[in-house]
Design a protein around this ligand. Structure first.
Ligand code: PGA
Length: 253
């Protein structure tokens, strides 16, 4: 059965005390999760070990880094390698978030390297794609997102692509309160699955979780996650509010 994931993307938010409190609040609530349902906390690097500690012994809970570098080690001041993340027990890494593409110049080619590096060290990349408003308004969103996938992921083997998680995050919906409708999300997710199927076949494409991101809230998660090709969400703002994120976890189908 395809995995369902509620992933919290904290971005560059919270102090240590606030992070501790938020994790405690979320984790103390009972969640009736099945084996294929997972919760992932993509926290800032300084809180990864804390989050690892808090989720230890909890079967459906995992941590993610928000980035990693293209090289495995060396003189790259300020960067963090996939091997380092693996060595502290992190399982996931968010790659290619639109904020990293826009503010830090991450290209499809660079993300291809990062995805390869993450997979080499046993991390599951949560690979983000998504179009800006003007692309959506021109009607070119399907081609745009297809190109992001092709240029970053299509050199991966069948075995590797099955280890990926994809997150479709339309930039116009991120942090704007303007969520894609459930129908818009489903349409794009079905397109992405077709793109994967053309390259890797239906069986492989059917295994890859595709998350929706962009103003997911407790109040709209259920409708979004009910779509056949929407396998959960990558959640920014609402993941910083324990009650909201709790509702999002409970919306996994
Ligand atoms: P948002 O962010 O939920 O605040 O829109 C989502 C994201 O950027 O991953």
């Amino acid at each position: 059965m395809r995995q369902q994931i509620a992933a919290a993307n904290w971005k560059m938010n919270l102090t240590l005390d606030q992070a501790t409190h938020l994790l405690d609040e979320i984790l103390k609530a009972p969640h009736d999760l099945q084996a294929h349902q997972k919760v992932v906390f993509a926290v800032p690097f300084p809180y990864l070990l804390l989050a690892q500690d808090k989720i230890s012994g909890k079967l459906n809970f995992f941590t993610a880094a928000q980035n990693c570098y293209t090289k495995s080690s060396g003189a790259y001041t300020g960067e963090t390698s996939a091997e380092m993340l693996q060595s502290i027990g992190v399982e996931y890494v968010v790659l290619g978030h639109s904020e990293r593409r826009e503010y830090f110049g991450e290209s499809n080619a660079m993300l291809e390297e990062k995805a390869g590096m993450a997979l080499t060290y046993g991390l599951t990349p949560i690979f983000c794609c998504g179009e800006a408003l003007q692309v959506r308004e021109s009607g070119a969103q399907n081609d745009y997102v297809e190109k992001q996938l092709k240029e970053s992921l299509f050199n991966l083997s069948e075995e590797q692509i099955q280890k990926m998680v994809i997150a479709y995050e339309p930039i116009w919906a991120i942090g704007t309160g303007k969520t894609a409708t459930a129908a818009q999300a489903q349409e794009m997710h079905a397109h992405l699955r077709n793109v994967l199927a053309r390259q890797y076949g239906d069986t492989v494409a059917g295994e890859v979780p595709i998350l929706y991101g962009g103003s997911v809230k407790g109040s709209n998660a259920k409708e979004l996650f009910a779509q056949p090709d929407v396998d959960g969400g990558l959640v920014g703002g609402a993941s910083l509010i324990a009650a909201d994120f709790g509702q999002i976890i409970d919306a996994l189908k």
